[in-house]
Ligand binder design. Structure first.
Ligand code: HEM
Ligand code: HEM
Ligand SMILES: [Fe+2]
Length: 482
């Protein structure tokens, strides 16, 4: 085996070799997400910018679809990463898994190129099949939808067959069941209905039941594994927490779906159901914070991978604030009447997706990097540590700055457009022209550049961290002391 510090794929098991491929594409798509976000933000400030060349609608669509895909690539990669460790045997059907990785990546590239080449035109059956299905966040054309389902079935086969042949740990069992739900729900966003209310009704099954139920359970599994790896927490402890979190998450998140059914033409009982259950949703997120802080505390923050643990903790807090607190703020129908679809929603959307999901995938990038470099030292006194710390700081401060800027704009819209002007057409424009709105959009852009700088540093760090280290990773203190 090569010296610690050298990047060598011989340091990885089969599943992990595939995982780092998924991670590489995820980083590239994360970069694309940022570029298109910056362009969309600039168009808020100067609506003529690139008009007719690269329209706002297209930039926005690529921005959020790139996000969904890079996070999915991150999750799939993370699952392959832990698969052999958990199951105790090599991945079953890995060759097929590898082939599917290339098919999936190629399909994503084709879809994006088509988005950019065909930006306007009539929507009909052929555009649904070939260009764009028109459902926010999951806009892939139907041919790609079907392709995605096939790719995902192969991924699921790899996971389920490996656990079945090896062993099912608690993490493995929860992960497998969750993947069935996660991908099963995707089907709800694939069929066509001519009625917009019915269409929205099913579309939310994908979006809400992903981010507030099945994705949350998936990151619960990843966090459990991450805490065992970095801190050496005993399996019994993380798995007990995991079961509690899963129960709470499904208990509140499934009917919490109702908070998207307030204004789309569904029956009135959704006000009560949606308001009540979604208000409970922050509870499991508190549990996740307590879990990670408790584990870090009992281990005196002694861990073998400082950047990974830092991002796991950023995840616990980001999930709680971005999803829990920012979601709770506008989840009661009495409040949502004023905030619905304003920059308030965008503020929450950014904070939640970054805080809950981007952070944890980044933590897995660092876990992967450490092992890829021959399980190199990544604790205190790590050479070149300023880069990961600055990347962590710039990305998180950049995001919080954007979130606060959008919150100010959203507040102003709720007050002026909704409360004072009574949601009228004129009110919409009055609110858009108000200095508080405009300044919020400026600050969003400023902090967006800060975020982008953090990303550049992150990539540089991922390419270089640990390169000049020769010490092997810190060994966990004896488990079972608490
Ligand atoms: C990590 C988990 C979460 C993510 C990633 C997330 C993301 C989002 C996004 C992107 C939107 C905007 C959707 C659109 O384009 O219309 C949204 C809307 C919303 N979210 Fe969340 N969310 C999460 C958790 C929560 C939680 C826990 C709550 C409540 C406690 C919540 C409450 C809401 C509400 C009420 C809306 C509707 C806003 C409106 O009416 O415009 N979210 N969420
Ligand atoms: C350079 C950084 C970024 C900039 C300048 C930026 C800018 C934007 C803009 C202008 C929009 C359209 C908002 C609208 O339609 O009113 C948007 C939407 C969105 N962005 Fe970003 N973004 C950035 C990074 C991110 C990141 C890192 C994430 C998550 C990981 C993210 C998640 C989202 C989501 C979920 C939406 C849809 C929000 C909604 O519909 O409510 N963005 N972004
Ligand atoms: Fe929701």
């Amino acid at each position: 085996m090569a010296m610690p510090g050298t990047l060598d794929s011989a340091n990885l098991n089969g599943g992990q070799k595939l995982a780092v491929k998924y991670f590489s594409v995820a980083v590239a798509l994360f970069g694309a997400q940022i570029v298109f976000g910056l362009l969309a933000g600039l168009q808020y400030l100067n609506p003529d910018f690139l008009y007719g060349v690269l329209d706002f609608s297209v930039n926005r669509m690529v921005h959020i679809n790139a996000m969904i895909v890079w996070l999915l690539f991150g999750f799939i990669g993370s699952s392959y990463w832990l698969l052999e460790d958990e199951a105790g045997i090599p991945v079953v059907g890995l060759k097929l898994g590898n082939l599917i990785f290339w098919v999936f990546t190629l399909a994503v590239a084709v879809v994006v190129v088509v988005y950019l080449l065909v930006q306007v035109g009539p929507g009909d059956q052929s555009s649904i099949w070939l260009i764009n299905e028109g459902r926010e966040y999951i806009e892939a054309p139907r041919w790609a939808d079907i392709g995605i389902v096939v790719c995902v079935l192969v991924f699921f086969f790899n996971v389920a067959a490996t656990f079945a042949k090896g062993r099912y740990t608690g993490i493995g069992g929860v992960l497998t069941l969750d993947l069935i739900a996660l991908f099963g729900i995707y089907l709800a966003g694939m069929f066509y209905t001519p009625n917009i209310s019915v269409d929205q009704y099913w579309w939310w099954w994908v979006i809400h039941l992903w981010v507030e139920a099945t994705w949350e359970v998936l990151v619960g599994c990843l966090m459990a594994y991450g805490l065992m790896q970095t801190l050496g927490v005993r399996r019994k402890i993380v798995e007990t927490w995991l079961y509690i979190e899963v129960a709470l998450m499904f208990g509140s998140g499934i009917l919490g779906l109702g908070h998207h059914y307030f204004w789309i033409g569904t029956p009135e009982y959704w006000f009560t159901i949606g308001g009540f259950f979604s208000a409970l949703e922050p509870i499991p997120l508190v549990a996740m914070v307590v879990h990670s802080v408790f584990d870090s505390g009992t281990h005196n923050m002694k861990n073998n991978n400082h950047p990974a643990l830092a991002w796991i903790i950023a995840h616990a807090f980001g999930n709680f604030f971005g999803a829990g607190v920012w979601g709770f703020m506008h989840t009661l129908p009495q409040i949502n009447l004023y905030t619905h679809g304003t920059q308030w929603s965008a503020s929450h959307g950014h904070f939640a997706f970054f805080g809950a999901y981007a952070t944890l995938v980044i933590a897995f990038f660092y876990l992967a990097l450490q092992k890829w470099r021959g399980n190199v030292w990544m604790s205190g006194g790590l050479a070149g540590a300023w880069k990961w710390k600055w990347a962590l700081g710039l990305l998180n401060l950049g995001m919080i700055g954007m979130v606060m800027a959008m919150l100010v704009s959203g507040y102003e819209q709720s007050q002026i457009e909704r409360a004072i002007e009574g949601s009228s057409w004129v009110g919409y424009f009055v609110a858009q022209a108000h200095p508080w709105f405009a300044q919020g959009m400026w600050w969003r852009q400023v902090f967006g550049w800060m975020f982008a700088a953090g990303f550049v540093l992150l990539v540089w760090d991922l390419l270089t961290l640990g390169r000049s280290e020769r010490r092997p990773a810190q060994v966990h203190s004896e488990p079972g002391v608490h």
